[in-house]
Structures are given as structure tokens and as C-alpha cells.
Design a protein around this ligand. Structure first.
Ligand code: ZN
Length: 243
């Protein structure tokens, strides 16, 4: 049974589905009126591209590429930048990209105390909510650094990565492209940074090439959900491979 051409999907009670629902082997998103705006085939390959440290002046270039390829990504935003780039955050949200928490001032959380950790997280969640109306439900610790104090005080699922592009170090589009395209596999979480023009340029190749290879570009939460993983607060996740 294909649902590809259906705009609505009705449950057994005759009511149109809203929110996120699994229909057959598809994860589907419906808006409040029941119109389906996105569907992911759980049986097909998928990957979550993630961009940290933004938003920045280069983020719109990435969004444009995503849009042109009917793709989404996850943006782990730095809270202190959110109000300056509120229009960009709004665009991310409207495109159904996921907005994650990357702390407020980007300290290495293993080097600060419990109170600072809590403030870094809550201030960013509040800053995003002010712009989009929704608080992030996942976070990425700066530098990927965690310890027991971080785990205890973050109180959100912590998303690390399985493909590290080192784009922040090389700032070279060619090397970022290679880092992704030579290594990416089904279920990977790819780490990039929307703070560099080279990364936005690399994304102009990476995104259509992944689509061409048959990957669905999904958010971190979609990837977790498609792979049957219920995210737990304080736990670290590196990828979501097929079980
Ligand atoms: Zn960072």
C-alpha cells in the first residue's frame, strides 16, 4: 500500500492523523489540519547531518541547499547567538529542521560546575522557545565532552556523532566533502559547523550527493525514532544503526 500521493491519512475512528505517526513502514508528520508534510521510509537508508555553533551568516546558504533537495538537518545552536539570528532560527524551524541545544556560551561543560551547566542549558532552551515557540528536546555538549556531573545536570538526551568532518579545523570545502562522502553509512550522525563558508560550500555537494546515493536526510529525532530508540535524558548517543 502506498501513501505517497495522499495528503491526509485517516485512522480507524475516521479522524485525520495529526502530529507524528507511523503508517505502515513510514514515519509521517502531519500538521494540525491533518495534512502530511513529511514522510520517511524506515526501510531506506538515512543519515542525520548536524551543524553546530551557529546560527551565522552562512546558515541561510545551507538552508537553501537543504530546501532545494527536500532535505532537513539538525542545528545545535549556541543560545547567545539566537536573538541576533532569530530570522534564521525561524527559517530552520519553518523548514522542519530540528533545533538542538548547544549551550548558551559554549563552555566545555566538564570544566564548569553544576549551576553553570543548568544555566547554560535552560537559557538556550528559553532563547529558542522565544523564537519558535518550542524548546529543544536534544542537546550536544560543546566539544562532545561529558562526565557524570554533565549527565546529571543537563537533563536532556546528549547527541554526539559518528562522522567527524573536522571542518572547524580545515575550513576547506574539499576536505569536508571527502570526510562525509568517503565515510558516511546508514544511521550515521555527521558533525559539521554552520560557522564557516567552506562548510556551507561543501554542503552544496554533500546534500545532493547523499540524496543521489539513496539516503534520506533526516533530523536526529527522526533518525532515533525510525530506528526504535527512545531517547533518555543524560544519556549519550553516537549513531542510530539498524538493529
Ligand atoms: Zn561547538
Amino acid at each position: 500500500k502506498t501513501i505517497n500521493k495522499k495528503k491526509y491519512y485517516f485512522g480507524e475512528n475516521g479522524k485525520a492523523y495529526t502530529g507524528t505517526k507511523t503508517v505502515s513502514h513510514y514515519l509521517c508528520h502531519f500538521d494540525k489540519k491533518g495534512v502530511m508534510y513529511r514522510q520517511i521510509d524506515k526501510n531506506k537508508k538515512m543519515v542525520a547531518l548536524t551543524y553546530d555553533d551557529g546560527p551565522s551568516i552562512y546558515t541561510p546558504k545551507i538552508l537553501k541547499t537543504l530546501k532545494a533537495n527536500d532535505a532537513v538537518a539538525t542545528f545545535f545552536v549556541v543560545g547567545s547567538r539566537v536573538s541576533t539570528y532569530s530570522d534564521t532560527v525561524k527559517s530552520e524551524y519553518k523548514m522542519h529542521c530540528q533545533i538542538g541545544n548547544h549551550s548558551y556560551n559554549h563552555p566545555i561543560l566538564t570544566k564548569v560546575g553544576a549551576d553553570t551547566i543548568k544555566k547554560e542549558i535552560s537559557k538556550t532552551n528559553d532563547a529558542v522557545k522565544k523564537v519558535t515557540g518550542e524548546k529543544p528536546i536534544i542537546m550536544r555538549p560543546p566539544g562532545g565532552a561529558t562526565n557524570s556531573t554533565v549527565k546529571k545536570n543537563v537533563k536532556m538526551p546528549m547527541i554526539i556523532w559518528s562522522v567527524d568532518t573536522l571542518d572547524w579545523k580545515t575550513r576547506n570545502a574539499e576536505s569536508t566533502k571527502k570526510a562525509v562522502l568517503d565515510h558516511v553509512k546508514d544511521g550515521d550522525i555527521v558533525l559539521m559547523h554552520d560557522l564557516y563558508d567552506a562548510t556551507a560550500t561543501a554542503s552544496q555537494t554533500i546534500i545532493p550527493e547523499l540524496v543521489k546515493r539513496g539516503y534520506q536526510l533526516v533530523t536526529v529525532s527522526e533518525l532515533a525514532q525510525c530506528r526504535g530508540s527512545k531517547l533518555k535524558n543524560g544519556k549519550s548517543y553516537f549513531s542510530f544503526k539498524k538493529k
